[in-house]
Design a protein around this ligand. Sequence first.
Ligand SMILES: C[S@@+](CC[C@H](N)C(=O)[O-])C[C@H]1O[C@@H](n2cnc3c(N)ncnc32)[C@H](O)[C@@H]1O
Length: 310
Amino acid sequence: MSTWLPNLNSETGRATVGHKPVLLEEVLKGLNPGKGNVFIDGTVGLGGHAAALLERHPEIKLLIGFDLDPYALEQAAARLAPYQKKVRLIHANYTKIPEFLEAESIGPVDGILLDLGLSSFQLDSSSRGFSFRRDEPLDMRMDPDMKVSAADMVNSLPVEQLIELLKNYGQERWAPKIARAIDKERKKKPILSTKELADIVFSAIPRKHHPRRIHPATKTFQALRIAVNKELDNLAEALRTFPGCLKPLGRLVVISFHSLEDRLVKHSMRNDPRLRPITKKPVTPSIIETDQNPRARSAKLRIAERIEDS
Ligand SMILES: C[S@@+](CC[C@H](N)C(=O)[O-])C[C@H]1O[C@@H](n2cnc3c(N)ncnc32)[C@H](O)[C@@H]1O
């Protein structure tokens, strides 16, 4: 875990100021910042939600932003430069939040936000292979210091494990065919680029079963990204520990982008005795928002509150 000490006037950050955070108004309302003064953005990304929170609520005394991606933190730092004195940016997994709060003697906080998934920067210009739309190295690590990349997994996992990965994290019905096609190709030469993998998946799924709305490799890429970054394990751990980091009536706000994540969030908010769900059903973006930002389409927001006497 390291505190990020960037150049707060970085030009790279300024270039991202136009980015519009998903479900912004709903997140700001959900965090209920009126009385609180310490908030954590566990996935600060490009700093969109964090900047809006600080701009609308000058009474906030401290905003702590975590992110695995050092390049995202650089951009968040530039965007949050006007609030520099109130902001701390930490290069670490959000699962480290409880440890951080204890080590820094900060104590329970008023709200924690998780906006899961990828930032537009990671998808469009990180060159780390998150998208099959460009030919890039097959990497997919949110933190470039992590040991195992998508290429490592694709080229070394036994076929049975590849099948399980594609089934469990991608809900891919063609998992056995895709895994066997990968195995056949990697025996000839290692699969190192997004295009190579996307082409293999494209050919492995029978043409008449190609999905109409999405690229045939979408589920495979999703599954690999979840596995490389241990996304569901991180979320499950956070949901276990974050309620203990909240003040009474403190809010937990989570935006998820696929059903596996939303299921974990729903279950935990309903069943954790320390939490009271505020949203009965997930909040989803309006048609206006999805027209402007098609990537918001699958977003689901859930909110819970720490109960007073738990
Ligand atoms: C959708 S983006 C957040 C965008 C942000 N809310 C904004 O308005 O700019 C998700 C971010 O979460 C980060 N991330 C994903 N998993 C993480 C984890 N376990 N710990 C810390 N950061 C994580 C990614 O690197 C990415 O920058």
